[in-house]
Design a protein around this ligand. Structure first.
Ligand code: C2O
Ligand code: CU
Length: 543
């Protein structure tokens, strides 16, 4: 703490000579050609500067953790007709990320990240959302099981000055979910500028477990996001011209909107709810003392039993809950993101290094310093059983669907607001087979449902993935089979989305739509304007 303050943002001046204007939307073949062409061009131009390529080891190693981690406040609901009603305003805002500098942000209730919404399984909730931005937005409940009309995907637009009141009964089990915009073509930018927040679900099982549960004290939500800052401390949002392969990558890390953060935590077992809220960057989490931690929950709920790990890879949109024991620590430790060299991202890294000045995935970062409070040593047992999971039965699978991911299409198609790609029957158990036929990783996310990873290239997934998921990484040449059981929310006219959760890719059209219906016969009629902006009151309708 006596070290000199170094709070200036690390800026990799964007190489504007690489600016290329793409027709919008660009045909996928053109993008691939461009990517290959740029790679070749870049390889042939050794004079291009890549400051961090020379020091890929530790991008922000010079930073002294000196900003207290911000904990997003819990949003207090009020009761109305038996519903928990939460008020949320989407609007412009300001944040003091660097002392003395005001960063312009997009905010929920004036803050970044947004307030944490918390509800219990079985609760009836209603969100009272107002958009005071001068642009259209949506609010999507990532991981939530709910009717399509309440999902907050690209069809539930909230125009400038508009409002939206979705409501549903919490069907999910205890889990760390999150909310963020899903505006057609604008998701990456709106999330990047500050729109994201946690939605935590509790249930009877989680209430009964001896797990750390004091919000912000020993149960700490952490949304990790990478940013680029200009010298005035403003976000630089990079459009697809520099990121047509990897997606937007930044060289500064914010945790809960805090730069160079630390947290003082009781010297006991603590629970971290990790959310990768970045557009494109994956984090390979671990601790600076290389300690073992316990993974207790994946995207959609608690695992059956804790899993011991020293590393945990999360791609954008994925969440994990981990327990780390601070009881024997004499000194602070740091949550880190380590280089992962599994080979599969070599091509991506090579391209990205050339295109984006070395802001590639072969970088490691310090993420958060954890300072155990002295004099509070408590040692605890971790429950051996966390959850009872009813496994989905492969023998009752009604249909297997195949999704081939390419750069940047799914089954050779780009997102079309008016095209329904898949029609699913309510209650059906299906296998979705997702193949990555491109040289870069993609994340696959399905709305409205939690699934289970059956296998990866025919192999049982690691124990750390044997739990409820809604987002998975699919690496190049990999086929991941997902099993899922659709719920009873039938709606022939409003679709759910499936897409790559690299938000840059999603905005480039790497997304499709499915409807869930009781009778998969008639043609679906999309009841929502393609790029429509609904002004004023727009209550979600019930199925
Ligand atoms: Cu986190 Cu379709 O989104
Ligand atoms: Cu992708």
């Amino acid at each position: 703490m006596s070290q000199p303050a170094r709070l200036e943002p690390v800026v990799n001046s964007p190489d504007l000579s690489l600016r290329i204007r793409l027709p919008h939307p660009a045909p996928p073949a053109l993008l691939v050609l461009l990517a290959v062409g740029m790679l070749l061009a870049a390889c042939l131009s050794p004079q291009l500067e890549h400051p961090q390529a020379q020091n890929p080891e530790f991008v922000n190693g010079h930073l002294v953790a000196q900003n207290r981690l911000l904990i997003p406040p819990l949003l207090a609901p009020h009761m109305e007709n038996g519903e928990k009603v939460f008020d949320l305003t989407v609007g412009p805002g300001e944040a003091e990320i660097f002392p003395g500098k005001i960063t312009q942000i997009l905010s929920y209730n004036g803050m970044y990240p947004g307030p944490t919404i918390r509800a219990h399984a079985g609760d009836r909730v209603r969100l009272n959302i107002t958009n005071t931005l001068e642009e259209t937005t949506t609010v999507h409940w990532h991981g939530m099981e709910l009717p399509a009309a309440m999902d907050g995907g690209p069809h539930q637009v909230i125009g400038p000055g508009g409002s939206w009141q979705p409501y549903w009964t919490i069907n999910n089990q205890a889990a760390t979910l999150w909310y963020h915009p899903h505006t057609m073509g604008k998701t990456a930018e709106q999330v990047y500028r500050g729109l994201s927040g946690f939605f935590i679900i509790d249930d009877e099982n989680s209430d009964s477990l001896a797990l750390p549960r004091e919000y912000g004290v020993d149960d700490i939500p952490l949304v990790v996001q990478d940013k680029l800052f200009d010298p005035d401390g403003q976000f630089i949002y990079v459009h697809e011209h520099r990121v047509i392969t990897a997606g937007l990558l930044g060289d500064s890390i914010l945790v809960n909107g805090t730069y160079a953060p630390y947290i003082e935590a009781p010297a006991k077992l603590i629970r971290l709810r990790l959310l990768n809220g970045s557009a494109a960057r994956r984090y390979n989490f671990g601790f600076s003392d290389n300690c073992t931690f316990h993974l207790i929950a994946t995207d959609g709920g608690l695992l059956e039993a804790p899993v011991e790990q020293t590393r945990l890879l999360l791609s954008p949109g994925e969440r994990a809950e981990i327990l780390v024991d601070l009881s024997n620590l004499k000194e602070p430790i740091r949550l880190m993101s380590y280089v992962f060299t599994d080979g599969e991202n070599a091509v991506q890294n090579a391209i990205q290094e050339q295109l984006a000045g070395g802001t590639d995935e072969g970088q490691q970062f310090q993420i958060l310093e954890l300072r155990p409070k002295t004099g509070t040593f408590v040692s605890e047992q971790i429950p051996k059983v966390l959850n009872t999971i009813e496994h989905l039965d492969e023998n009752v699978v009604l249909k297997t669907r195949r999704f081939v991911l390419e750069a940047f299409t799914i089954n050779s198609k780009m997102m079309d607001h008016e095209r329904i790609d898949e029609v699913v029957r309510t209650g059906a158990t299906e296998i979705w087979e997702v193949e990555n036929n491109s040289p870069i990783y993609h994340g696959f996310h399905v709305h409205g449902i939690q699934f289970w990873v059956l296998d990866r290239n025919g192999m049982t997934p690691p124990v750390s993935e044997q739990g409820w998921k809604d987002t998975v990484t699919v690496t190049p040449q990999e086929t991941v089979r997902l099993i899922m059981k659709f719920l009873e929310y039938s709606d022939p006219n409003l679709p759910y989305m499936f897409h790559c959760h690299n938000l840059t890719h999603e905005d480039m059209g790497m997304m499709g739509q499915f409807v869930v219906v009781d009778e998969p016969s008639g043609q679906a009629q999309i009841q929502s304007p393609p790029d429509g902006i609904k002004q004023g009151d727009h209550a979600g309708h019930q199925n």
